[in-house]
Design a binder for this molecule. Structure first.
Ligand code: ADP
Length: 332
């Protein structure tokens, strides 16, 4: 039995061996494990929370590498299946000198897109507390139906449903299709995390409070908007506020949002009162900001995700003597 189930894409990121180049100019690429839901699962284990990843990879060297990576991270992979019909997805990703990220995907189709409803480990979901998903598995069938099956089981069983769309626009035929798919499960979620750019894309509204209001629904317990180095804003049915980010030397922001989500879910699991009490929720967001910030200080996603003791040491150094509820109960 694990506390958190994440479901979705698991793929190989090919990252240039030198930084600041376009994909055209990159001389060589290094393989790295990728896929936001899998990063969240690995991040949770590092923070001391048990997790399982559900999804599909190819029955090939890259699929085996990804399974081994998750196994070594301590993520439960009983719900990871292998496809005989398609290869593990690949994404060539470069951070150009102008700061823009360039992506090129090999998914025609890839194994993750073939994850089917019959392959969803419903027993693992039934025994968990949180289901966390993204939107990439919603793009095409059968992975869309697999995601909807997991959602249905989670809701029937009373799990908390957490959603980080992690929009990759170029994977959809066009922007309206992306918006429609991302919002198609919106009213089935209890917790959503979006970046400020995603929020504006989804609503067309450039005022944060008004944009959140436009996407609010009755089942939502927490809506978090991440603001990069500026931290995050949080909204519940009763309270809202902003928690400033940490000042760090960021070298690679890959996985920051996933680390943030892992920190947030850890805090919410350890602090049932966080939903209702402003000071506890602020503290949970502060820890999530710390996990996100620390993830930017090293290259890659999974290798950069911090452990619980690293987060603890970072928070102590940032604010010596700080004795917030999260420091005592979640991290202590
Ligand atoms: P995403 O990676 O999903 O686009 P963000 O870039 O907003 O999301 O980052 C998620 C979180 O990670 C932020 O809310 C913040 O806590 C932390 N973070 C991201 N970039 C930085 C940075 N440069 N410095 C400090 N913290 C950061």
């Amino acid at each position: 039995m694990v506390d958190v189930i994440t479901l979705g894409e698991l793929l190989i990121d090919f990252v240039p061996t030198v930084s600041g180049v376009t994909l055209i100019d990159a001389p060589a690429f290094k393989k790295a494990p990728g896929g936001a839901p899998a990063n969240v699962a690995a991040g949770l284990v590092k923070l001391g929370v048990s997790s399982a990843f559900l999804g599909k990879v190819g029955d090939d060297a890259f699929g085996l590498f990804l399974k081994a990576t998750l196994d070594q991270s301590g993520v439960d992979t009983r719900g990871l299946v292998f496809s005989q019909d398609a290869r593990t997805a690949l994404a060539f990703v470069s951070l150009r000198a102008d700061g823009e990220r360039e992506f090129m995907f090999y998914r025609h189709p890839s194994a993750d897109m073939l994850f089917s409803p019959e392959e969803v480990a419903v027993d693992l979901i039934r025994a968990a507390k949180i289901l966390h998903i993204g939107s990439i598995s919603l793009i095409s069938e059968p992975s869309r139906s697999a995601t909807l099956t997991a959602l249905k089981v989670a809701r029937q069983q009373g799990l908390l449903v957490s959603y980080d769309p992690n929009l990759r626009l170029m994977l959809w035929p066009d922007a309206p299709a992306a918006k429609k798919d991302v919002l198609s499960i919106w009213d089935q979620t209890h917790l959503v995390k979006v970046s400020v750019e995603e929020l504006f894309f989804l609503t067309g509204v450039e005022d944060l409070d008004r944009a959140v209001e436009a996407l609010w629904h009755d089942d939502l317990r927490l809506f978090v908007v991440t603001l990069g180095a500026d931290g995050c804003r949080y909204y519940t049915p009763r309270i809202k506020g902003q928690v400033q980010g940490f000042n760090v030397q960021a070298v690679d922001t890959t996985g920051a949002g996933d680390g943030f989500v892992a920190g947030l879910l850890m805090g919410l699991l350890n602090h049932p009162a966080a939903w209702h009490e402003d000071h506890v929720l602020r503290d949970v967001c502060r820890v999530a900001n710390a996990v996100g910030a620390l993830t930017t200080t090293q290259r890659g996603a999974i290798p950069a995700l911090p452990t619980k003791s690293q987060v603890e040491a970072f928070l102590q150094a940032a604010e010596p003597g700080y004795e917030g509820p999260t420091n005592k109960a979640s991290l202590g």
